[in-house]
Write a protein that binds this ligand. Structure first.
Ligand code: KIV
Length: 303
């Protein structure tokens, strides 16, 4: 098994092969992402929406993010695992930021962390760098700012806002992020930021010119409920496939077709005969000698 991907290796991919990133939140989703060849697995706080059924990401805690990050890293993926810092875990001070990020690394096993925001986060990014924690940035439509943005809206549609985003990207790249997610921005803005900063950009709803792309696992596979944003491409409809499979199980239960012979355990014939005799009163319990040993011994389960 080759060594896991590192943050410096992702940084070195600027302008090279496109970076393949996807979210995962537990062992099965991490194994699927890794088998499919992910370079980066993001344990995103989108777990709130797609797994925990919450309306936004704001209630996620550091404890919960550590828990999900640990579930992902426990599978020992080849991909770099990035733990998402939840809202308010990096807003109050550089010290709190390092302490909380340190938990994602030490307890969660992450190889890097991600935080949202631009110039305001420079001192936090520098503190993480000083603590030797690689940090990924996230600009544009930053879901943790849902109230400040007035909803989930594409950012940087006007020239002045776009220009500001480009300067925010420069600020966090100078502060030391090893890559930056660009979410929900016009393609031209992403193209300009990608040309402007020395670190890779990873787009989600940011057009084709980024150095890599990321999608939310459940969106890509059709495992979510309701509509998805315009930028999502559905590569499967696994929820429909799963419902059909569970319906088929229930139909087999009703008809008696499940379980069948192949799904059923049997006793050895001799033990079955003794059990029937016990039921019919022909033999009394407790049994003695070889019969008793035979009946009471732990039977190995048939495969
Ligand atoms: O939480 C998340 O899944 C994210 C991605 C959308 C980049 O931040």
């Amino acid at each position: 098994m080759p060594a896991p991907v590192t943050a410096p290796e992702i940084q070195a991919r600027k302008g090279g092969d496109k970076i393949r990133m996807i979210t995962a939140y537990d062992a099965p989703t991490a194994r699927i992402a890794d088998r499919a060849g992910a370079d980066v697995i993001l344990v995103g706080d989108s777990v709130a929406n797609v797994v925990l059924g919450r309306g936004d990401t704001l209630a996620m805690t550091v404890d919960e993010m550590v828990y999900h990050t640990r579930a992902v890293t426990g599978t020992e993926p080849h991909a770099l695992v990035v733990g998402d810092m939840p809202w308010l875990s990096y807003h109050t001070s550089p010290e709190d930021t390092v302490r909380n990020a340190g938990r994602l690394v030490r307890e969660g096993g992450a190889g890097a962390v991600k935080l949202e925001g631009g110039r305001k986060r420079v001192s936090m990014i520098e503190a993480l760098r000083d603590a030797e924690i690689p940090v990924m940035g996230h600009l544009g439509l930053t879901p943790q700012s849902v109230h400040a943005m007035g909803g989930y809206r594409v950012q940087g549609r006007q020239a002045a806002d776009a220009y500001e985003l480009i300067s925010e990207a420069r600020a966090i790249a100078d502060a030391g992020v090893f890559a930056v997610v660009l979410e929900g921005v016009p393609d031209l803005v992403a193209e300009m930021i990608t040309a402007e900063v020395a670190v890779p950009t990873i787009g989600i709803g940011a057009g084709p010119d980024c150095d890599g792309q990321v999608l939310v696992f459940h969106d890509l596979l059709g495992l979510g409920e309701g509509s998805v944003p315009k930028f999502v491409r559905r590569y499967a409809d696994l929820a429909d496939t799963a419902v059909a499979a569970v319906e088929a199980f229930f139909a087999d239960v009703q008809s008696g077709a499940f379980p069948g012979e192949a799904e059923t355990y049997h006793m050895p014939a001799e033990s079955a005969a003794i059990l029937r005799e016990l039921r019919d009163g022909a033999t009394t319990y407790p049994l003695s000698g070889a019969e008793g040993d035979h009946l009471l011994a732990d039977e190995a389960m048939e495969s």
